[in-house]
Design a protein around this ligand. Structure first.
Ligand SMILES: [Zn+2]
Length: 251
């Protein structure tokens, strides 16, 4: 068998691929064929990864994320990339179809509650909330680390570290965008159906946690899932009051 010297890492090897770095044994000059191959390879790889992760998260979210953390990663679309892609799709579609965005609903509710607050404080909070609503895509990336801290603390007994919780929640939040979009289709204005997207995406989260923490007993992991949300809300409120206090001193 012919012995090749790898053009990438200079390792000597036999066969079609370098057994040290994985590069092909035949490397030709970069030309139009290379370009076409590179473009079609990237598109196919991206689609395959995305569709695989999409399918896995739809059928068995908890189990597939657990397997990802345990090392079954090659076929998957990367978690943060998945979140970026689905939230971009989400923002794009909500603008096109003028769907209600959950943060926007939250702001409207908050605006009503705050009509009694003093003028200066009210406007600062509103500016922050309005910014968050308009930049829903970025808001997710602010929420993700906080929500992951909450789930990490709630499930501290499960032995997953904070960064593993980040991955867990990145995949879940990413897929929640899709759940939210699909559920938005059935919403009728001024009707109980308006809560369905929210309820649906929350149910998805609970379902995913339920199968992710498969070693825990149901009567423990369901309350702990609720505790994650409670801790998250507390942290969000504390953060909001901190921002308020800081901006108030500056005025
Ligand atoms: Zn090599």
């Amino acid at each position: 068998m012919k012995l090749y010297n790898c053009k990438n890492c200079e390792h000597n090897f036999q066969g079609r691929f370098c057994n040290n770095c994985g590069q092909k044994s035949s490397v030709s000059r970069v030309d139009y064929k290379y370009l076409i191959e590179e473009i079609s390879d990237s598109i196919i790889q991206m689609n395959q990864g995305f569709l695989y992760t999409f399918k896995e998260l739809t059928i068995r979210p908890g189990k597939s994320i657990r397997e990802f953390l345990e090392g079954k990663r090659k076929q998957h679309f990367k978690p943060l990339g998945y979140l970026v892609l689905t939230s971009t799709l989400y923002v794009f579609l909500t603008i096109i179809f003028d769907l209600n965005n959950p943060t926007e609903d939250f702001v409207t509710g908050f605006q009503n509650d705050m009509s009694e607050m003093e003028a200066g404080q009210e406007s600062t909070t509103l500016t922050i909330l309005e910014w968050l609503a308009k930049n829903y895509g970025y808001t997710l990336f602010l929420i993700l680390p906080i929500f992951s801290l909450a789930s990490y603390l709630a499930f501290i007994k499960s032995q997953y570290n904070y960064f593993e919780h980040l991955i867990l929640n990145a995949y879940i939040t990413g897929h929640q965008m899709i759940v939210y979009l699909l559920m938005s289709v059935v919403v009728v204005k001024d009707n109980f159906t308006e809560v369905l997207p929210f309820v649906g995406s929350m149910a998805f989260n609970f379902w995913a946690y339920y199968h992710f923490f498969h070693e825990m007993k149901s009567y423990i992991k369901i309350p702990l899932s609720i505790l994650s949300y409670v801790l998250f809300l507390i942290m969000l409120l504390v953060l909001m009051f901190l921002v308020l206090a800081l901006t108030k001193n500056e005025l």
